[in-house]
Design a protein around this ligand. Structure first.
Ligand code: GLU
Length: 222
């Protein structure tokens, strides 16, 4: 197993995501990464084939690696070797980023279809089809939540996913089927993670998602 975490906040989420990833280490992993929308409104990522502590050093030495919206992942490779290209988060057209736990059983068929549409693949993972599907359906629907819903309807297999979009840094979307996922409600911030332990430093107010759930998380008070 492995883990995902994501956050949207009025503060820099990178330290929270790193702490959360370190709390997911017990689940086992071979590589780790974070993607954020930074203060220049660019989608950027840091990934390492190694430990969370190494990723933390990379992020700390990267002074511009700060943002209010981000996602993180500890990978346990199922499709594609253990290398940097296969480490999550995965991007589509530098506009969308995804983290994924699980296995997409029909990824080969979807990959063939997406290559026909002109998508280029940077990894050998099953996961990368998800982010290109989201990009593809976003062109038609112009709404991230709807694009994610339409994308996951195409998937066979198991997933807990988190998706962010460069051009809409005010919200993120997560969904699950067959892999655990929990929402954390903080004070002026929202998170998701594979395991409540990753969220305990920021909140104890959580909602456990069920298979088939899809959530949009933003900072609107409710
Ligand atoms: N199947 C995906 C991969 O190989 C995700 C593995 C995981 O759950 O970490 O990259």
């Amino acid at each position: 197993m492995c883990g995902i975490i994501g956050g949207i906040s009025e503060r820099n989420v990178v330290p929270v995501i790193i702490e959360g990833l370190s709390r997911l280490e017990y689940r086992g992993y071979d590589s780790v990464g974070i993607a954020i929308v930074n203060q220049e409104n660019k989608l950027v990522r840091n990934r390492v084939v190694g430990r969370v502590a190494e990723l933390s050093q990379v992020c700390l030495s990267d002074v511009k690696f700060k943002g209010y919206l981000g996602i993180g992942h500890t990978r346990w490779a199922t499709h594609g070797g253990v290398n940097l290209d296969n480490a999550h988060p995965h991007f589509s057209n530098d506009k969308f980023a995804v983290v994924h736990n699980g296995i997409i059983e029909n990824y080969a068929t979807l990959k063939t279809e997406l290559i026909e549409y002109g998508y280029k693949f940077d990894s050998e993972t099953d996961t990368e089809v998800i982010v290109h599907l989201v990009h593809y359906y976003y062109q038609e629907l112009h709404n991230l939540l709807d694009a994610v819903k339409k994308s996951i309807a195409r998937l066979h297999g198991t997933y807990a996913i988190g998706v962010i979009q460069k051009d809409n840094p005010n919200y993120m979307v997560c969904a699950r089927f067959g892999s655990p996922l929990v929402i954390g409600i903080g004070i002026n911030e929202m998170y998701f993670a594979s395991d409540i332990s990753a969220l305990l430093p920021v909140t104890q107010k959580v909602i456990y998602l069920e298979d088939g759930d899809v959530c949009q998380l933003n900072l609107t008070k409710f």
